[in-house]
Design a protein around this ligand. Structure first.
Ligand code: SP5
Ligand code: ZN
Length: 352
């Protein structure tokens, strides 16, 4: 299947993550995409460059205030002098419009760049540097290009998106994600297939951004298998089995949290359940949010999925026989990320 790629991912240098107030090295690094590219090249993949898409199309799922902010956030931070005093070379929030702070009063827009960050960034781990916007925008173009390829007849296409996207909501960024690539691909498939589509998210973390974007939308079923947030894992506040959609979207969201330490057995059972659920929902297209951080050995998750498990997951989802866009999400074991993606994509081809 075609692999959609953009060199512009390299412009995003997060420069680490602020974790419990400490700047750590961080795991969402450029080498992740490069390792995937190397493994896919070795496997003989056909590469296609991400095609630029107009903002009106690409950014439709995000609030204009968020995309407007992101497009100039680092420049405004720098112009405010924060890179010199106190010497912070990335955008890092310090104050958040917490419900306990503002209550029912309207959300306002702070004047100071230092305070404005917390209006749009919900954690301290998702840093913004000089090239972050361009890279995030290119990742969105990659996902949309993969959707275009599937719409024009490819059975499946893979977008090597970096930065990832599934934690980004309509109004805020977090979890190393800025723009929701998988959601954009799903909306594009939905518009041209003229029927419901599904996003199945197998990243080790709950796809809270995708869930929230489509929470009241019956046209995009969103399912996620992930490590139980109630057992102490990001995103902590979301991803529980009780979250099933609202309003017109009631019943169109499904979460299958797994216990820390879960491996191929329960993980594959959950993926089969999500696949059946999507089939019964009559979907005409599929977006696979493919994080490979559920693998044993990944530094960001306690799940223990094997390479053979990723191949089998691909087979199960490929067997749905749907037009399929695969979007890269997480995966932080640099020694394994490439081969895990190759396994999953080979499984999809096998399964069809
Ligand atoms: C796309 C994606 O997979 N985002 C993951 C975001 C979860 N990051 C949580 C990071 C928590 C702090 N990491 C400390 C690692 C110590 N081993
Ligand atoms: Zn993840």
């Amino acid at each position: 299947m075609p692999v959609v790629w953009s060199d512009r991912h390299r412009l995003h240098e997060p420069g680490g993550e602020v974790w419990v107030g400490v700047r750590t090295a961080g795991t969402e690094v450029a080498a992740r995409a490069e390792r995937i590219r190397e493994a896919l090249t070795e496997a003989g993949a056909r590469f296609v460059d991400a095609e630029p898409h107009p903002d009106e199309v690409a950014l439709a799922l995000h609030d204009p205030s968020l995309s407007g902010y992101l497009s100039t956030a680092w420049e405004e931070w720098d112009a405010a002098g924060l890179a010199d005093d106190p010497g912070q070379d990335r955008v890092v929030p310090y104050l958040f419009p917490h419900p306990g702070l503002i209550g029912a009063l309207p959300l306002t827009t702070p004047a100071a760049a230092s305070a404005l960050a917390g209006r749009f960034v919900y954690d301290t781990m998702t840093l913004i540097g000089p090239g972050t916007w361009q890279a995030a925008r290119a990742a969105l173009d990659a996902a949309l290009t993969a959707a275009d390829l599937v719409i024009s007849g490819e059975a499946a296409a893979y977008a090597c998106c970096r930065p990832p996207g599934h934690h980004a909501t309509r109004t805020a960024v977090g979890g190393s994600c800025y723009l929701n690539n998988a959601a954009a691909a799903a909306a594009r498939l939905h518009d041209s297939l003229r029927g419901p589509v599904a996003v199945i998210d197998v990243d080790a973390h709950h796809g809270n951004g995708t869930q929230s974007i489509f929470y009241e939308d019956p046209g995009v079923l969103t399912g996620s298998v992930h490590v139980d947030p109630g057992a102490g894992w990001f995103p902590h506040y979301l991803g529980f089995a009780s979250e099933s959609g609202r309003g017109a979207g009631a019943g169109a969201n499904r979460n299958l949290p797994l216990a820390p330490g879960a491996g191929d057995g329960p993980w594959l059972e959950a993926i089969a359940a999500l696949a059946n659920w999507a089939r019964e929902g009559g979907v005409r297209g599929l977006v696979l949010a493919l994080g490979v951080d559920a693998a044993g050995g990944d530094p960001e998750s306690p799940l223990q999925v094997t390479p053979a498990g990723f191949r089998e997951a691909g087979r199960t989802l490929g067997a749905l026989g749907l037009p399929t866009v695969i979007v890269q999400e997480g995966g932080y074991d640099l020694g394994a990320i490439g081969s895990l993606v190759v396994e999953a994509l080979a499984g999809i081809d096998d399964g069809r």
